[in-house]
Design a protein around this ligand. Structure first.
Ligand code: SAM
Length: 214
């Protein structure tokens, strides 16, 4: 998702106190230098306009949240909301999650959310998919021993690919569903993302898994 014609997005982002500009300098130090508490840190990769992470951060003041989004024009919308709400426990990174292991130290993150990640349908782009084995290995490095990954999508081929990739990974399934909105257990307290609202309104079922380390 890229929004066009957003002038001055980069300048606006550069000036926001909620955006962490050199995350590489903070690897292993997010608790002490950024949040200044020892609350668990949860990460959303590919925040889009950020409804999901804003809602979670407002609901859970004892959890620290970090959102990573690749595109300035998209992140801008999230920053504008955060400038209004000023949630103390939320910080944002404009960057590519391929750099995850330079942004965070080992076992620094307690949970990772992947919501409606780009499907990258061509085989040669498989390693760009956020639930690919390459990304799972990065998640393994930054996650705590009992850390978890929560992934939602309406794309069946991407979900099936994500399940296949587990065989080559350090993770196993704790829970999963192929129809989140009809699942009484996994659906409870579900916060809909912008994409989830759009695609479930078309009648698409929502797939979800929760992973834990083996
Ligand atoms: N999560 C939002 C939702 O569910 O409404 C947005 C979904 S949108 C399809 C995927 C988002 O992930 C886009 O905003 C895209 O820029 C971002 N993204 C994709 N790959 C990324 C990466 N490697 N690092 C950071 N952001 C990424």
């Amino acid at each position: 998702m890229r929004l066009r014609n957003v002038p001055h997005a980069r300048e606006f982002i550069a000036e926001s106190p909620f955006v962490v500009h050199e995350p590489e300098t903070l690897a292993g130090k997010w608790a002490s230098d950024v949040f200044q508490n020892d609350h668990p840190i949860h990460l959303e990769i590919g925040t889009g306009k950020g409804r999901f992470i804003m809602a979670l951060a407002a609901q859970n003041p004892d959890i620290n949240y970090i959102g990573i989004e690749k595109y300035s024009s998209v992140l801008l919308r999230l920053i504008q909301k955060q400038e209004e709400q000023q949630l103390e426990n939320l910080r944002l990174i404009r960057g590519d999650a391929q750099m995850l292991k330079s942004f965070f130290g080992p076992a620094e993150i307690a949970r990772i959310y992947l919501n409606f990640s780009d499907p990258w349908p061509k085989d040669r782009h498989a390693m760009r998919r956020l639930p690919s084995r390459e990304f799972l290995s990065r998640y393994d490095y930054v996650l705590t021993k009992d850390g978890t990954i929560e992934f939602k999508t309406d794309q069946q081929p991407l979900f099936d690919f994500a399940l296949e990739e587990l065989k080559e990974s350090a993770f196993q399934i704790r829970a999963m569903t192929r129809d989140l909105h009809a699942d009484e257990v996994l659906g409870e307290g579900n916060i809909m993302t912008e994409y989830e609202e759009r695609f479930s309104a078309l009648g698409n079922p929502i797939y979800k898994y929760i992973l834990e380390k083996r």
